[in-house]
Design a protein around this ligand. Structure first.
Ligand code: CAA
Length: 247
């Protein structure tokens, strides 16, 4: 990277993927702003990160709340300058057969996984346009591309990200901003490990590489797309799923 210290914001930073994305971006020389929702989890996480040799700047916000995100972006901008790299990583699952899916579980997943992308992009896009530089990376899922029993809400949110990525990419391409999606397959995070072992093992049997992905493998791809050298890649989706879904 050049001399400029780029500012990166990772949402849902304290989760399995978020942690490795933060670490990788710090290794790459970014000022890393780590968004979290649960204060208790964030405090334990920060301690662990310090033990691992990392100091991240923690920012609380419920990413499903437009005004809360606005407050967070204002604070980051005051502390470090405008956000150069936004990684929309925050996500939750509320799995269940559709016939039993409550409106509450639909709203929770759409709010945290999809509306959050609008909220965060909305608050960073004008500063990025003004500085004619930005990298937006949306963390979707293989299950936004293919069907997974029990994930109507999650699949809808993750598929919706592609619409945001593609359209925002062409609206901002001439201003030095790239917008891309990464669609990870099954990675050994708490979210995936929460799936019943018999269901999970069956899913893993369907991954041609023969294993789940590593969080650092996803972080490696984030690092690649975040780089100033990746300026000709925009509106793209990168599948990273061990061959589970090829198209
Ligand atoms: N395929 C077909 N039918 C199924 C099924 C499946 N996989 N699972 C359940 N069913 C059937 C049941 O037999 C049952 O049938 P009847 O109504 O005729 O009795 C019906 O569907 C309802 O079953 P359940 O009561 O067990 O359904 P549920 O509401 O409890 O949900 C589930 C089941 C928990 C969603 C389970 O299917 C499951 O765990 N699926 C995996 C979900 C998954 O992969 N989540 C990924 C989380 S990680 C992640 O999302 C990260 C990422 O990006 C990859």
């Amino acid at each position: 990277m050049e001399n400029k210290k780029y500012v990166a914001l990772v949402t849902g930073a304290t989760g399995g993927l978020g942690t490795h994305i933060c670490k990788r971006l710090a290794d790459d020389g970014y000022i890393v702003c780590a968004n979290y929702r649960s204060q208790e989890k964030a405090e334990a996480w920060q301690q662990q990160m310090q033990q691992d040799g990392y100091t991240f700047h923690l920012y609380h916000a419920d990413v499903s709340d437009y005004d809360d995100v606005g407050r967070m972006i204002t604070a980051i901008t005051q502390d470090h300058g405008p956000v150069d790299v936004l990684v929309n990583n925050a996500g939750i699952t509320r799995d269940g057969a559709f016939k039993k899916m409550s409106k509450e579980n639909w709203d929770a997943v759409i709010g945290t996984n999809l509306t959050s992308v609008f909220n965060c992009c909305s608050h960073v896009i004008n500063p990025m346009l003004n500085q004619t530089y930005g990298r937006i990376i949306n963390i979707s899922s293989v299950n936004g591309q293919r069907a997974q029993f029990g994930q109507v809400n999650y699949a809808a949110a993750k598929a919706g990200m592609h619409g945001i990525t593609k359209t925002l990419a062409i609206e901002t391409a001439s201003k030095g901003i790239t917008v891309n999606t990464i669609s990870p397959g099954y990675v050994a995070t708490d979210m995936v490990m929460a799936v019943a072992p018999e269901v999970r093992n069956k899913i893993i049997e369907g991954i041609p590489v023969g294993r789940m992905g590593g969080t650092e493998e996803i972080a490696h791809l984030v690092s690649f797309l975040a780089s100033p050298k990746s300026g000709f890649i925009t509106g793209a989706n990168y599948a990273i799923n061990g061959g589970q879904h090829v198209y």
